[in-house]
Design a protein around this ligand. Structure first.
Ligand code: CP
Ligand code: NVA
Length: 320
């Protein structure tokens, strides 16, 4: 039987060096594509890359399909109304079948346990394209975006997250700590990180000499921050909690006033994985061309997806 494939589930499984290497490869592909160089090596030529998506997506879908095409493969999008999964067929049977015919599977699912199950049953690499606990493609992208914006280094920066406890910050926090970035998080009181994330983060900070602070005060988190980040307060699947969450997040909208009161670093930048709603960040910050990296960050999703497909599928998980 074949060797077990290596999957990309979260930032927890990557070593510091492996994350750095993925980010560097993403930067390399960006430079190639931007310079108009033609990609003559098509390592996935003749192969399909499947995308099993149980939730909506703009960036992840476009970047994953684009990455597959760039590497010569044929992307195959399987939305939730396209295949038998969930109605007529189990995750086990679906994963076994699709992995027997395709080179790899990008999977966007609800529960983290679904990703874990798919990893167990798949004969090809599973790339987590977002679950309720992690969003690794976004985290790799965000480290690339930070690195480019701060003179090709991430070391010694401070990142502030003002927002929810969710998939995006779970992975971003781990990735930042692994990249030499101190992390300071403000969440409304009552919201707690999962123990596994916290212990993972603590281990990494100790190893890498970075710090992680969690508070309920946005101003405290912003103090001295070079990068200020947020995401929606209402993640996909939480639509019913909207009214309650809007109340819980009162005072958390990122504004110029908050940033100046909190005394961010002189060179502060703003990031958001998108899609964005005005309640979590005011237009004056989101559309500030000097400060906001959001559209560059969005574009960078393509280069991160190429680096991941190359690392996990073409190079079979050998990232160094
Ligand atoms: N940031 C992100 O993952 O966006 P999509 O949900 O549009 O893929
Ligand atoms: N936290 C958001 C991220 C969307 C890209 C969600 O899960 O909906």
């Amino acid at each position: 039987s074949q060797a077990k494939p290596r999957h990309l589930v979260s930032m927890l499984e990557l070593s510091i060096k492996e994350l750095e290497s993925l980010v560097n490869r993403a930067a390399y592909h960006k430079q190639q594509i931007r310079s108009g160089a033609v990609n003559t090596t098509q390592p996935l030529s003749g192969k399909t890359v499947s995308l099993i998506f149980n939730k909506r997506s703009t960036r992840t879908r476009v970047s994953s399909e684009g990455a597959a095409a760039y590497l010569g493969g044929c992307p195959m999008f399987l939305g939730k109304d396209d295949i038998q999964l969930g109605v007529n067929e189990s995750l086990h049977d679906t994963t076994k079948i699709i992995s027997s015919m395709t080179s790899s599977i990008f999977a966007r699912v609800n529960k983290h346990s679904d990703i874990q199950e798919m990893c167990k049953y798949s004969s090809v690499p599973i790339i987590n394209a977002l679950c309720d606990t992690f969003h690794p493609l976004q985290a790799i992208t965000d480290i690339l975006t930070i690195k480019e914006s701060f003179g090709n280094t991430t070391k010694g920066l401070k990142l502030a997250w003002i927002g929810d406890v969710n998939n995006v910050i779970n992975d971003l926090c781990i990735a930042a700590l692994k990249s030499g970035i101190d992390v300071s998080i403000a969440v409304p009181s009552g919201l707690k990180f999962e123990e596994a994330i916290l212990s993972g983060a603590k281990e990494i900070s100790a190893e890498n000499g970075t710090t992680l602070k969690i508070t309920n005060d946005p101003l405290e988190a912003i103090n001295g921050a070079n990068v200020i980040v947020t995401d929606t307060w209402i993640s996909m699947g939480q639509e019913d909690e909207r009214a309650q969450k809007l109340k819980q997040f009162e005072g958390f909208q990122i504004t110029k006033e908050m940033i100046s009161k909190g005394k961010a670093a002189e060179n502060w930048k703003f990031m958001h994985c998108l899609p964005r709603h005005p309640e979590e960040v005011h237009d004056e910050v989101f559309y500030d061309e000097e400060r906001s990296l959001v559209f560059e960050e969005g574009e960078n999703r393509l280069y991160a997806a190429i680096a991941v497909l190359e690392g996990f599928v073409v190079n079979k998980g050998k990232l160094l």
